[in-house]
Design a protein around this ligand. Structure first.
Ligand code: SF4
Length: 81
């Protein structure tokens, strides 16, 4: 299954800010304290970037948004979604 959000568990602190800000509620806190969230509903990601923007560890690469291939091609072509 395609995963729109990838966490780097060496950097993510498991603060769950990304879980709280996701309007689509696709993320769920890990049952293990300090571990990255679980992407519970990957198909419902809106790719709005709220999780990435609010992550205090984003500069260190804790969280990455991976758009599906057709969306990446559109971005490269400069097309509006
Ligand atoms: S990805 Fe960022 S916001 Fe989400 S739990 Fe990890 S450190 Fe916190």
């Amino acid at each position: 299954m395609f995963n729109p959000i990838v966490f780097n568990e060496d950097v993510c602190t498991g603060c769950n800010i990304c879980v709280d800000v996701c309007l689509m509620e696709i993320l769920e806190a890990s049952p293990e304290k300090g571990k990255p969230p679980i992407v519970r509903y990957p198909d419902e990601c809106a790719y709005d970037g709220a999780c990435w923007m609010q992550c205090p560890q984003r500069e260190k690469g804790a969280i990455k948004i991976v758009p599906p291939l057709p969306m990446r091609v559109s971005i490269l072509r400069g097309e509006k979604p």
